[in-house]
Design a protein around this ligand. Structure first.
Ligand SMILES: [Zn+2]
Ligand SMILES: [Zn+2]
Length: 133
């Protein structure tokens, strides 16, 4: 595993379909405010906020993220501790899961960047120590 680039290997918690392709996580996005819908690619790099999409997502917008295969929403009934927008969750193929805020511009928006140091360290340890077979 590369030490400089920590990639998150993620799968849909509903259907198990692999969501990480290369260094991108391919999802469908839906913006409640405007009704816009389309593909959204999050960075699979741990802690990277970057996002690629044709949708117009201003800072502060909440994106409803869905699995492109089973169309299930990835949103949880858990509010972000920083901004109270819904959190989303994806399964880590290495075991466990990641949660992140669905509001663009929130500090907790980056994967693994929820601001909880213990949780982040636990996640990194899990990613680095998981034996690949
Ligand atoms: Zn799915
Ligand atoms: Zn938030």
């Amino acid at each position: 595993m590369s030490k400089s680039l920590l990639l998150l290997d993620l799968a849909c918690p509903n259907c198990g379909e692999e969501l990480t392709q290369g260094n991108r996580i391919r999802l469908n996005g839906w913006i409640r405010d405007t009704g816009q819908e389309g593909p959204v690619a999050l960075s699979a790099v741990f802690g990277d906020y970057s996002i690629e999409t044709d949708l117009d997502i201003p800072e502060g917008t909440v994106i409803d993220l869905r699995c492109p295969t089973c169309e299930q929403s990835l949103l949880l009934n858990i509010p972000c501790r920083q901004c109270h927008a819904p959190m989303a969750s994806m399964d880590l193929k290495a075991g466990g899961y990641v949660e992140f805020c669905t509001r663009r511009g929130c500090r907790a928006h980056a994967l693994g960047g929820a601001g909880d140091i213990d949780a982040m360290i636990g996640l990194v340890n899990r990613l680095m120590n998981t034996p690949h077979d």
